[in-house]
Design a protein around this ligand. Sequence first.
Ligand SMILES: [Mg+2]
Ligand SMILES: [Zn+2]
Length: 204
Amino acid sequence: MSPPRRRWDALFLDRDGTLIVERGFLRDPRGVRLARGAAAALRRFAERGTLLFVVTNQSGIARGLVTPEEVEAVNAEVARRLARRGVPVAAFLVCPHHPDGTVAPWARRCRCRKPGTLLHRRAIASHGLDPARCAVVGDKWDDVGSGLALGAVPVHLLTGHGREDRARVLREAPGAIPARSLAEGLALLEALPERASRAASSVR
Ligand SMILES: [Mg+2]
Ligand SMILES: [Zn+2]
């Protein structure tokens, strides 16, 4: 008997203010604090075969406020903390760019900075994922916007900078799932039924 098909192909999780507590341009791995309840909730997704990606805008690199090595060290610490709790991260997808940056070669416009979707789309293509079976979780409009553009399910949190962007999310993304915290957002995703069209096609 084969196990039931996973409900979610992948979660695309924002890093700062979503997966870890917002600390501005974080350069020191010792500043990493996982969001409350994140590891336990993410583990339930991982156990069902959902891939977990972290997608993060790190314009501090283009602005000269943080080095790529520092971003990598923080990411490695996040991965270590999650691994200890039985949560594997499939990949950290980092946009180092910003058009107002000062550091070559990152001071430029790009298609990977959220709400751009280049990083998500590469992961979706290389893992053969269905965007409609993916969720994008974050505290900013840019996270929600990337989810909408992908045709994924956006989840907007009130942690990090969430309160600043909630009104816009409610106005412009009525399909987004509003939640207070990452733990709550993930619980809502777990409870979300399959879309009717998908459920119908799986009955054949
Ligand atoms: Mg964020
Ligand atoms: Zn970029």
